[in-house]
Design a protein around this ligand. Structure first.
Ligand SMILES: Cc1cc2nc3c(=O)[nH]c(=O)nc-3n(C[C@H](O)[C@H](O)[C@H](O)COP(=O)(O)O)c2cc1C
Length: 208
């Protein structure tokens, strides 16, 4: 049975938390899911996967280098299966600042252009501000950025802004796309041969 690949890039762990939530929702739906950090993958068998969800956090207006490298190196294989991308950042919280909103979207589209991976869907989630996990310098920088943005500046506690209902909706849309390809569509991509294989529509979820 094919599985779902969830690959992530993170600096302080919040993107992993979102990835794990997505995996939990995917497993509840009947699929198996592997959650892997792009930095730790040494080899991967793409034929084992029916779809991919990739996500990374924005650090200084871009995603971690190892994450971009992994996606770029495997863009062709990733493009053969239903894919969804989520970006994690704090700028998206500035809902009335159109300039920042545009910048956050541009980070995503620049990433797609750089890597040549163009997933079927993407979204931006508000992340977290875990002051307790930062070193002294990062804490000062994040405090200053938060102050300027009118966000939380009490460095004695951590903040989490992710809308978990949005995470559930994003996952549900992704699963619909995967199920469409693997359960309802008469054909599917076969990565091992590069051919389109005919698939019986009555094949149950677990046997895909
Ligand atoms: C050093 C640093 C740089 C950051 N740069 C940006 C940025 O350029 N734009 C933004 O919207 N958020 C930025 N953030 C916020 C992170 O994207 C946010 O905290 C996210 O939840 C981090 O997720 P992670 O724990 O998976 O790395 C930055 C955070 C840190 C600590």
């Amino acid at each position: 049975m094919k599985r779902i690949l969830i690959v992530y890039g993170t600096a302080h762990g919040h993107t992993l938390k979102i990835a794990n939530k997505i995996a939990e929702l995917i497993r509840v739906s009947g699929w198996s899911a592997d959650v892997v950090c792009a930095d730790t993958i040494r080899s991967i068998t793409f034929e084992d996967y029916a779809g991919v969800v990739a996500g990374a956090s924005v650090q200084a207006s871009g995603y971690p280098k190892y994450f971009r490298k992994f996606i770029k190196a495997n863009a062709e294989a990733l493009s053969m299966m239903p894919g969804a991308f989520f970006s994690v950042c704090l700028g998206i919280l500035q809902t009335s600042n159109e300039k920042v909103q545009k910048e956050e979207r541009k980070i995503v589209t620049d990433f797609f252009n750089e890597t040549s991976w163009h997933p079927d869907s993407w979204t931006v989630f508000a992340g977290a501000l875990p002051y307790s996990k930062y070193g002294w310098f990062t804490r000062q920088v994040m405090w200053l950025i938060s102050k300027r943005a009118g966000e939380n500046t009490d460095t004695s506690r951590d903040y989490e802004y992710t809308d978990w209902n949005s995470v559930a909706d994003f996952t549900s849309d992704f699963l619909k796309a995967v199920n469409n390809v693997y359960l309802r569509s008469p054909s599917r991509h076969d990565l091992s041969s590069g051919n389109i294989l005919t698939m019986k529509s009555e094949i149950p979820l677990k046997d895909v």
